[in-house]
Design a protein around this ligand. Structure first.
Ligand code: HEC
Length: 117
């Protein structure tokens, strides 16, 4: 095999790895977040794409897309609950969720809730 072909193969393999590793990671994070949202009854009040009691997760992603404090703000809001961002109806506190769960949920919501099945 010529040196050139070896180089081409190596470049190809690294490009493929660079593509698939982060995607595989994101997919399982999406899956975990969706399971958490189901287990914690988030989906009783929130749909992914339409308002129920609370705003759709997709409109939350839209509203905070250029807000650099969104991650911290929303983690705290989900944990403590409250009203005022979308109207007068409050979200109850979700005090059972730990830091890691809150991060997983907020990142997934801000990504636009991919892979919900
Ligand atoms: C009993 C209904 C209810 C449940 C259960 C609920 N929410 Fe909410 N949620 C709301 C309402 C109502 C709002 C709007 C609050 C506001 O206007 O500030 C809201 C707002 C939000 C927001 C946007 C907050 C903001 O200030 O913009 C996020 C993110 C969110 N909820 C995530 C979740 C997650 C994740 C769960 C599950 C752990 C959950 N919610 C469970 C009713 C609910």
């Amino acid at each position: 095999m010529s040196a050139m072909r070896v180089i081409v193969k190596i470049v190809f393999i690294f490009t493929a790895l660079a593509y698939f590793i982060p995607h595989a990671h994101a997919d399982s994070e999406d899956q975990k977040a969706f399971t958490l949202a189901k287990q914690n009854a988030c989906l009783g009040c929130h749909a992914l794409d339409r308002k129920i009691v609370g705003p759709s997760f997709q409109s939350v992603a839209q509203k905070y897309k250029s807000n650099p404090n969104a991650q911290a703000f929303l983690k705290n809001k989900i944990a403590k609950g409250g009203a005022g961002s979308w109207g007068v109806v409050p979200m109850p506190a979700n005090s059972k969720l730990n830091e890691a769960d809150l991060s997983l949920l907020v990142s997934w919501i801000l990504r636009g809730t991919p892979s919900q099945n």
